[in-house]
Design a protein around this ligand. Structure first.
Ligand code: EPU
Length: 420
C-alpha cells in the first residue's frame, strides 16, 4: 500500500506548473475511436486514469505509445466494440466509449458501472440521448448491448441536467450522425469546449461548445486528431489551496485563470490575495482564513471536485462556514477523516457545516478518492506533527508528481510503500 507522510507547519513558496486536464484527456482518447489512423495528443498528464483509458482502447484494438507528455495512438480500421467490466470498474469514464463505438461500429457492448463512492451515479441521460439519436439498448448479464440498426440520426436532445458525461456521449454519437443534432442544457465545462476543439481538429462541425446549446452537423468521415490538452484547473486549484492553507505564497503556471473564476473568488473571500496573468495565478495565503459559504454547481459554478480541498482550508478558518454539495449525493466520506485530524465538520443532508478550529493535529487518515485524498494531504500540510495518508494510489489517478511538486514548494512530505 502506498502512503504519503506529511509533517505540517511549513508555509509553501515558489512555482508549480500544471499538466493537461484529466477530465479532458480521457475524452480525447475516446474521441480517437471515431477515426482510423495515427492520432497525436500533447500535454498528456502522467496519471493512472490515462493508463486505464489506454488499456480500454487497447482492448478495442488500438495501440498507444507515450513519449514524455506526447501520446501517439493508432486506431485500426476494425474495432472490437466492447469495454469489459474489469476496466469499467476501475474507471467509470470507460462508459464514454458507448457513443463513439455506436458512431463508428454501429454497435457496442459496455459493462454497466454500478454505484461508486459518490452515490448511485446513474447513466440514464447518456442512454436517453443516444436513444433519441436512434440507438437501442438491451441489458444482458450486466452488459449493455447497444446497436444502431438504421445508423444514428441528428435530432434535438434536451438534457434534464447539464451532465458532463451525457453531453460527451451524445456529442460522440452526433458528430458522424446524419443531419444536425442540437443539445440543449449541455454542460459548459472548459473540458467540453476542449473536446469540441479536438473533435473539430478531426473534421467535426460543432457550434456553441462551452455554451448550453450545442449544434453538431454530422460529417461522413473523420480524420486523426492533433491536439494539445487544456490545462487542468483542478490540479491548479489544488496547489493554490496548498498555498492558502499553509499561509504561503504559491504561483501556479501554465493554467487558465478564467477557468477558476468562482474558486478564486471564494479564496479571495477567505482572505487570500490573488493576482492573475495570462496563464498564471499567484496566491498569498492569510495566517488564518475567514469562513466562507458556497454551493457546488455545474460550470461556471464552484466545482464539486474542489469541494473537499476547500473544506480542508475552511476547517481552520475563523468562524463557521456552510457549504452545499449539489452535484453528488454522497461525496462526504472525507468528512470523518478530516475530523480525525481535529476538524469540526458536521453533515446535514447535502449541507456541510464547518466550525473553524485553531489547529489540526496529524494522525493516520485515508484517501477515499482522488480529491478527498488531495484534501487530506492539504490538511496534513497545516496539521501539527505527522499525517499519514493511506491509499495514496487514489491521488495518482488525477495528479502527476503530486509529492515531488509539493516538496519543491517546500513541503516536508514523502511517499512510502507499507504492508497493507
Ligand atoms: N447523472 C445522472 N444521470 C446521468 C448522468 C449523470 O443522474 O445520466 C448525475 C450523476 O450521478 C451526478 C451528476 O449527474 O450526480 C453529475 O454527473 P456528470 O455526468 O456531470 O459527471 P461525470 O461526467 O460522471 C465528470 C468528471 C467528474 C466530475 C463531474 C462533475 C470525468 C471523467 N469525471 O463526471 O470528475 O466530478 O464531471 O463536474 O470527467 C474527478 O475528476 O475527481 C471527478 C469525479
Amino acid at each position: 500500500m502506498e502512503q504519503i507522510v506529511v509533517t505540517g507547519g511549513r508555509a509553501l513558496g515558489g512555482s508549480v506548473q500544471v499538466c493537461g486536464a484529466k477530465n479532458a484527456v480521457l475524452k480525447h482518447l475516446v474521441a480517437m475511436l471515431l477515426a482510423p489512423g495515427e492520432h497525436r495528443l500533447d500535454n498528456v498528464p502522467g496519471i493512472a486514469d490515462v493508463d486505464i483509458m489506454c488499456r480500454v482502447l487497447e482492448h478495442i484494438g488500438a495501440s498507444a505509445r507515450r513519449d514524455g507528455s506526447r501520446l501517439t495512438v493508432h486506431i485500426p480500421d476494425d474495432l472490437r466494440p466492447e469495454a469489459p467490466i474489469e476496466l469499467v470498474r476501475k474507471m467509470r469514464a470507460s462508459i464514454l466509449v458507448l457513443g463513439a463505438l455506436l458512431a463508428r461500429a454501429g454497435e457496442a457492448r459496455v459493462a454497466l458501472p454500478g454505484g461508486d463512492d459518490f452515490g448511485s451515479r446513474p447513466i440514464d441521460m447518456h442512454l436517453d440521448g443516444l436513444e433519441a439519436l436512434g440507438a437501442t439498448f438491451e441489458l444482458r448479464h450486466g452488459v449493455l448491448h447497444a446497436a444502431a440498426p438504421g445508423g444514428l440520426r441528428g435530432t434535438e436532445v434536451t438534457l434534464e441536467f447539464p451532465s458532463v458525461g451525457a453531453t460527451e456521449n451524445v456529442l460522440f454519437g452526433a458528430v458522424m450522425a446524419q443531419g444536425t443534432t442540437v443539445i440543449s442544457n449541455a454542460a459548459r465545462e472548459p473540458e467540453i469546449a476542449d473536446l469540441a476543439a479536438a473533435l473539430s481538429s478531426m473534421g467535426a462541425r460543432i457550434d456553441g461548445a462551452g455554451t448550453s446549446t450545442m449544434q453538431i452537423h454530422g460529417v461522413g468521415e473523420m480524420a486523426p486528431m492533433d491536439h494539445r490538452v487544456v490545462p487542468d484547473r483542478l490540479e491548479a486549484g489544488t496547489y493554490l489551496i496548498a498555498g492558502a492553507i499553509t499561509g504561503g505564497e504559491v504561483t501556479v503556471e501554465r493554467c487558465v485563470p478564467s477557468h477558476l473564476r468562482m474558486e478564486l473568488r471564494k479564496l479571495e473571500e477567505a482572505g487570500c490575495e490573488i493576482e492573475t496573468g495570462d496563464d498564471w495565478v499567484r496566491l498569498a495565503g492569510p495566517e488564518r482564513p475567514q469562513a466562507v459559504g458556497f454551493s457546488t454547481l455545474p460550470y461556471p459554478g464552484f466545482h464539486t471536485d474542489m469541494h473537499p480541498q476547500m473544506v480542508a482550508l475552511l476547517s481552520v478558518a475563523e468562524g463557521t462556514s456552510v457549504i452545499t454539495e449539489n452535484i453528488y449525493e454522497a461525496r462526504f466520506r472525507y468528512v470523518g477523516e478530516l475530523n480525525r485530524l481535529g476538524a469540526d465538520v458536521t453533515l446535514e443532508g447535502q449541507h456541510v457545516l464547518i466550525r473553524g478550529v485553531e489547529a489540526l493535529s496529524g494522525c493516520p487518515v485515508d484517501a477515499c478518492d482522488i480529491r478527498a485524498g488531495a484534501a487530506m494531504v492539504l490538511a496534513g500540510l497545516r496539521a501539527e506533527g505527522y499525517t499519514e495518508v493511506a491509499n495514496a494510489n487514489h491521488i495518482d489517478r488525477g495528479y502527476q508528481r503530486f509529492v515531488p511538486n509539493l516538496e519543491a514548494l517546500g513541503a516536508d512530505i514523502r511517499r512510502e510503500t507499507v504492508e497493507a
